[in-house]
Design a protein around this ligand. Structure first.
Ligand SMILES: Cc1ncc(COP(=O)(O)O)c(C=O)c1O
Length: 362
């Protein structure tokens, strides 16, 4: 049985009638830039997430960049973050000329370790940037306590956690700014690039609205040097339809993950934790194991997809040569032991069993 990492085709087929007709309608309306669907999606996303403001933009990378800018991060500022993440987390910090300060992760959650944060604070530190990796919220109480005590911003990287929550609060509404990605394979994905910034701060929201649209709130009046970073109207059409199903999608992902955990219990593979105080939405299902590369080859040979997220942590990437190279033992061990497996809302029990059979026979 051939099993992909995600089944984008299956999901499109199930929504095809609604999506096709809404796209045709939008094409006919011809309001392609910041049109009615973008405006409605921003409102609907804010309502769904419980944020005072949600402002869509062109990608998750831009969401981080604009969020950092709107929070007033300047060149030379230090931002404490995780190195066990996608490159965009660090790139966005660099776009501003600020410095990422990488600290280690927790071995169980693979998220930023609050205990490491304090030791990394200097008089240049301006923000903490936790990544809610693989759909699980970081330890936000501890992170918020440090940020509040030291007067730091929290920029949440929610690219993988749309709808995930920490003690009942959705990710992206706990810190100063939340940054989401709608890359097609994300748990809320569009059919191209897209992103969203959330905030409860009116000034930050106003700044982001300017920044995403050439620094302008009135045509041909430009208050600041901004960017062209608007969500495409057609992507907003798709996202509005998919947003109605996100609870179901996230619930199904959790069910699949629980099934995996049950079938792999007691094996040599370390299964992901499912803490009771947060809603984990399992953007990825990731195991830790010794001999990872051999397991990967074994599973791939059975036509079952699996992938390493992430083989090289950011502090070891060439792009970050020149920044301080800390030793991050948990991050480095995790990068050599992690392997992610197919997980998507449409995944059947038979498919989960087939993946587990392949894993366990490795
Ligand atoms: C943790 C993380 N941050 C940021 C991004 C950037 O999002 P995008 O690809 O939409 O620019 C991603 C997406 O892959 C991500 O996984």
């Amino acid at each position: 049985m051939s099993i992909p990492m995600v089944d984008l085709k299956g999901q499109y087929e199930s929504l095809k009638t609604e999506i096709d007709s809404a796209i045709l309608q939008s094409l006919a309306e011809t309001r392609y830039i910041l049109g009615p669907n973008v405006q409605a999606f921003d409102r609907e996303a804010a309502e769904y997430l419980g944020a005072r403001h949600a402002i869509s933009c062109a990608s998750g990378t831009d969401a981080l960049h604009l969020g950092l800018l709107a929070a007033g991060i300047k060149p030379g500022d230090e931002i404490i973050t995780s190195a066990f993440t996608f490159i965009a987390t660090g790139e966005a910090i660099r776009y501003i000329g600020a410095d990422p300060v990488f600290v280690d992760i927790q071995p169980n959650s693979l998220n930023l370790d609050p205990e490491q944060i304090r030791a990394a604070v200097t008089n240049k530190t301006r923000a903490i940037l936790p990544v809610h990796l693989f759909g699980q919220a970081a330890d936000m109480n501890e992170i918020k306590a440090i940020a509040d005590e030291l007067g730091l911003f929290i920029i949440e990287d929610c690219a993988q956690s749309f709808g995930g929550a920490y003690q009942g609060k959705t990710t992206g509404t706990i810190g100063s700014v939340g940054a989401f990605s709608f890359f097609p394979s994300k748990n809320l994905g569009c059919y191209g690039d897209g992103g969203l910034i959330t905030t409860n701060d009116d000034d930050i929201a106003a700044q982001i609205k300017l920044l995403r649209n050439h620094g302008s709130s009135q045509q041909y009046h430009h208050d600041v040097i901004g960017y062209n970073s608007r969500l495409d109207e057609l992507q907003a059409v798709i996202l509005r339809i998919k947003l109605k199903h996100i609870d179901h999608y996230n619930r199904r992902r959790l069910e699949v993950a629980k099934n995996y955990n049950r079938l792999l219990a007691g094996s040599r593979f370390v299964t992901p934790e499912i803490p009771s105080d947060r809603d984990h939405i399992f953007h990825q299902y990731t195991l830790l194991c010794d001999g990872r590369d051999a397991v990967r080859e074994h599973v791939l040979a059975r036509e079952i997809a699996c992938a390493v997220y992430y083989p090289i942590p950011l502090h070891q990437q060439k792009a970050f040569a020149g920044t301080t190279q800390p030793v991050l033992p948990v991050t480095e061990a995790t990068a050599s032991r992690c392997l992610s497996f197919p997980i998507f809302p449409e995944m059947s029990e038979d498919q989960v069993e087939a993946v587990c059979e392949a894993i366990l026979s490795a």
